[in-house]
Design a protein around this ligand. Structure first.
Ligand code: MN
Length: 420
């Protein structure tokens, strides 16, 4: 007994020695003041509780404020993240209806607090734009014609509003949406809405392993007679959009292609050419590099043409992004895609999507959803940065220190090459 009492007192002495003089001990149970709720000032509550760790809080994209924009026309915004959980137009693996949910969860480490994009020198979450998580369109899974109608109506309604930071043409005249798919067919709804609201065909920049300009007849739907609801799929929506005159023929681009083609000839490419797309194959990156891909896109699209930027996550190699509907080996790395997206930040993007994230086939580390969240972040960054430029507030690219180190390393590498 005496010994344990002694140890206890020694221990207490040690703890006392660790505690800074005058401060409360870690082990103190502080007195919590009980006050009627009405007596606590709101700013005091906000100061104490109005923040989230990356792992806390309800899941919205990047911890953005969630507003169901479709039912709150009195809440203006500049850029909205809009879920389109629709996947009943897929040709292979279903499951992308869970894409928005997975991408939101995977975006948890994007916070306004730590959101500075070092590649772009801007924090999209702390700039001019009011960005909201607009929630999901409640798309029916039972009737694709109705689903397309719902998505088109929702998209049209949202981009017809006046943005919070309205600025004169050609700049921010309409809110911009980044939609989270859903399968790729949701792009048809976006293009119908964009063409209507902007009053002109839209150029499409399409990152994908596949063409998605396929004629509906390229699918073995022998029971259907054209046109039917079966024409609307995640591989034909750009064909339908082209037929409807929604896509700017001659200024659109596919990037990252590596699909197999129908039959024993180039008919699919011929059909694609009629729709006016430039095709950049996944393999082209070996010949021209990331910067060559960027040049090809910028040369084709310029900085003024309104662009719909559509990213099928299957553009990334399935080794890095397996959670998708129609995986094709031999794709770009996530880093290459990020670098390309950064390189084309000067485009006039009026709308965008990240589609085909199907978390059921993803790895336990949610690599596909993480890539999807990163792609959305890069697009968001570009929209904000373009807005800064249009407002005459161009950001100055400064990377203290690293540029010097990089140029030194480059010079060293060059010297080494010359030596050899
Ligand atoms: Mn696609």
């Amino acid at each position: 007994m005496r010994l344990s009492a002694l140890s206890l007192s020694t221990c207490c002495f040690c703890l006392a020695a660790l505690v800074r003089p005058g401060s409360a001990s870690f082990y103190d149970n502080p007195e919590v003041e009980v006050r009627p709720e009405t007596e606590i000032p709101l700013d005091e509550l906000k100061a104490k509780w109005d923040f989230d760790w990356s792992f806390s809080g309800i899941s919205t994209f990047g911890h953005l404020k969630h507003v169901k924009c479709l039912t709150t026309p009195y809440e203006p915004f500049d850029i909205g993240i809009l879920g389109a959980p629709f996947d009943t137009a897929v040709s292979y693996r279903p499951g992308a209806r869970f894409g928005p949910r997975a991408i939101r969860a995977a975006s948890a480490r994007q916070t306004s607090f730590r959101g500075f994009n070092h590649r772009a020198a801007v924090n999209p979450y702390q700039s001019w734009a009011q960005i909201l998580d607009c929630g999901d369109i409640p798309v029916t899974p039972f009737d694709n014609a109705l689903a397309l109608h719902q998505m088109t109506t929702a998209y049209t309604e949202l981009i017809s509003r006046r943005p919070l930071s309205f600025s004169n043409p050609p700049s921010h005249t309409h809110p911009k949406l980044i939609s989270l798919g859903g399968d790729h067919s949701i792009a048809l709804a976006a293009l119908r809405a964009l063409q209507k609201v902007h009053g002109r065909p839209i150029a499409v920049l399409h990152f994908d392993a596949h063409l998605d300009t396929w004629h509906p007849g390229a699918y073995p739907s022998v029971w259907s007679t054209t046109p039917t609801q079966a024409d609307f799929t995640h591989g034909t929506m750009f064909w339908v959009a082209s037929e409807e005159g929604l896509i700017a023929n001659g200024s659109s681009v596919h990037a990252g292609l590596r699909t197999r083609l129908s039959g024993n000839e180039w008919g699919d490419y011929d059909n694609d050419e009629r729709q006016g797309f430039l095709r950049i194959e996944a393999d082209d990156i070996d010949a021209v590099g990331v910067s060559g891909i960027i040049e090809l896109i910028m040369e084709r699209m310029g900085t003024e043409t309104p662009v719909y930027l559509s990213v099928d996550i299957d553009v990334i190699d399935p080794g890095l992004a397996p959670g998708t509907g129609t995986p094709e080996p031999g794709g770009w790395t996530t880093r290459e895609l990020i670098a390309i997206l950064r390189g084309i930040e000067g485009l006039n993007v009026v709308g965008a999507d990240v589609v085909e994230v199907a978390p059921a086939y993803d790895g336990m580390g949610e690599s596909t959803a993480l890539a999807g969240a990163q792609v959305a972040y890069e697009i968001l960054t570009s929209m904000v940065k373009r807005g800064l430029k249009d407002r005459g507030e161009e950001v100055i690219l400064t990377k203290p220190g690293s540029q010097k180190i990089l140029s030194k390393a480059k010079a060293k590498a060059k010297a080494r090459r010359d030596e050899l």
